[in-house]
Design a protein around this ligand. Structure first.
Ligand SMILES: [Zn+2]
Length: 393
């Protein structure tokens, strides 16, 4: 069976790669940042802004949240997640595993799957590799993630090994159920009606916490099963930064060359640049919008908080080097006033700028890779961001 996605590495510069990922819905130039649409929306940003101005080619949807609310039946009734919210480009859905382990209470974890109570109303639910594949088929994403277990960032060697062995068994079960669903045509009718291939792509996940030998072992097990793409999971879950960078340095370049590499749920702009340097292609993280809601803006000179009194009469934009519509039109002093006055527009403006900053940072990295100057770009980028680190909030 040929893969439903097409992946080409166009250029490499050291370990860094510039590639193109084609799905049934969009062409994605990498390295790429995927804004997170937790509840079927990227918080504070309408889809027309994401498409027309910010030109995001792929966003992420959260299986756990959508499973609990509005529920799979409602999304199925609309003909999938794309039609529910009118998003027309690519969508990657996570498996729900990470949220079950981080958000819900009273989990009962067995070989079969995990029983948990909803963080919304305490209702009892069950997720397993099979159920996760069924939900993601109904959501209709272009890229589906296997259902994995994510141990804490500081998990010991024994616990981590047990966990990654179960993750490998779950990955196999995910793939089996995924293939059954793709072959059966269940939940693919509405995509076929739009002239799109019904088939989704499936990515495997490499676990192993901060243990290099276990990361290698997990990678070998995952590659042996065989997936359309490979993700690094279990980072940015409470471990120290040098542990995360060590794992990236160890494992990213060992992942298959002929498939996209995706670092899940990470991170700050400097984390992204470090991961690109080590050969990662795809990223997602909630921080552009989460920080946007708390007044924190990412700029080419580091992070600022618009609440800071020194911005009261600042007539300049959030970031003079940013081309987003917020920076083209509004002053920092005005946005600070909106934030202080509790105007929701402040949060949407800062979120909008932050998403633009993350997308543009990856575009600049891509250009630098293509032009063979990524190492210099990385040095300059990190120096510039660090310059005002002392002022960060
Ligand atoms: Zn901007």
């Amino acid at each position: 069976m040929t893969s439903p996605i097409e992946w080409n590495v166009e250029t490499t510069d050291g370990r860094a790669r510039a590639g193109t990922l084609r799905t049934r819905r969009s062409v994605i130039e990498t390295p790429v940042f995927m804004p997170v649409g937790t509840q079927a929306a990227v918080k504070g940003i309408r889809f027309e802004w994401l498409e027309d101005e910010l030109d995001a080619r792929i966003i992420l949807g959260n299986t756990y949240h959508l499973f609990l609310r509005p529920g799979v039946d409602v999304i199925r009734e609309f003909g999938g997640l794309h039609k529910f919210g009118t998003w027309s480009r690519s969508l990657l859905t996570d498996s729900g595993g990470f949220q079950v382990f981080s958000l819900s209470d009273l989990r009962k974890l067995t070989e079969d799957g995990v029983e948990f109570r909803s963080h919304l109303d305490g209702g009892k639910h069950f997720l397993s590799p099979e159920v996760s594949m069924e939900i993601q088929a109904a959501l209709g994403s272009e890229i589906v993630m296997v259902f994995d277990e994510c141990p804490p960032g500081d998990a010991g060697h024994d616990l981590t090994r047990k966990s990654l062995e179960m993750t490998a068994r779950w990955a196999l079960r995910s793939k089996d159920r995924f293939n059954e669903l793709q072959d059966s045509g269940q939940d693919t009718g509405y995509r076929a009606a739009d002239g799109l291939s019904g088939r989704q792509a499936l990515f495997g996940i490499v676990q192993g916490a901060g243990h290099y030998d276990l990361r290698s072992e997990s990678l070998a097990k995952t590659v042996e099963i065989g997936f359309d793409g490979y993700a690094i999971g279990g980072l940015s879950v409470g471990e120290e930064k040098d542990v995360m960078y060590g794992v990236l340095d160890h494992i990213a370049h060992q992942m298959p060359d002929d498939a996209p590499r995706y670092l899940m749920g990470v991170g700050t702009p400097e984390d992204l640049i470090e991961a690109v340097y080590n050969g990662v292609d795809m990223f997602d993280c909630v921080i552009p919008t989460r920080n946007g809601r708390t007044g924190s803006a990412f700029t080419s000179h580091g992070k600022i908080n618009v609440r800071n009194a020194k911005f009261t009469s600042d007539k300049g934009p959030i970031d003079a080097e940013c081309s987003c519509s917020v920076c083209q039109r509004y002053s920092l002093g005005y946005i600070r006033h909106l934030y202080q006055a509790g105007e929701m527009t402040a949060a949407t403006m800062i979120s909008h700028h932050n998403v633009a900053f993350f997308l543009n940072t990856m575009r600049s990295a891509r250009t630098a890779i293509i032009e063979g100057r990524f190492t210099q770009f990385r040095t300059d980028f990190l120096a510039k961001i660090g310059r005002f680190a002392a002022e960060s909030v």
